[in-house]
Design a protein around this ligand. Structure first.
Ligand code: SF4
Length: 124
């Protein structure tokens, strides 16, 4: 069975999601880990760049460089159930730590949640 996020990331970026999800910790499944040539254990997480973004996120256009082969966790994740998205849509994200701290002081009721459209909504 294939897995994918229903969220349309292009529309999310237009709305202002700031691609914050690509700053989350991206854990790799055992079969997704690339063996190391030096015999060291394979990394179990996707590396981040110095700005805290996933190394596969092209910061010029905020697009994933490996979209069609992105890790399973990226395909399964849906930001619309993540309260952190609601903050990222309303306030600048300076860091994931700051975002998580802000969640402790900013309550956004579910009925005020902004929803990123799902893929294919235009075709309905
Ligand atoms: S692999 Fe792609 S979708 Fe997943 S965090 Fe990196 S840039 Fe984002």
């Amino acid at each position: 069975m294939s897995v994918r996020s229903d969220v349309d990331c292009n529309k999310g970026r237009e709305i202002g999601c700031q691609t914050y999800c690509c700053r989350l910790l991206i854990r790799l499944e055992p079969e997704e880990r690339i063996p190391q040539k030096n015999g060291l254990p394979s990394p179990s997480f996707v590396e981040k760049n110095e700005s805290g973004y996933c190394i596969h996120l092209d910061r010029e256009n905020n697009l994933c460089d490996i979209w069609h082969t992105r890790p399973k966790v990226c395909r399964q994740y849906s930001c619309n159930t993540d309260p952190l998205l609601q903050i990222a849509l309303r306030e600048p994200v300076t860091s994931m730590v700051a975002l998580v701290k802000r969640e402790q002081t900013l309550f956004i009721p579910k009925e005020k949640f902004i929803q990123i459209p799902c893929c294919g909504d235009d075709e309905l």
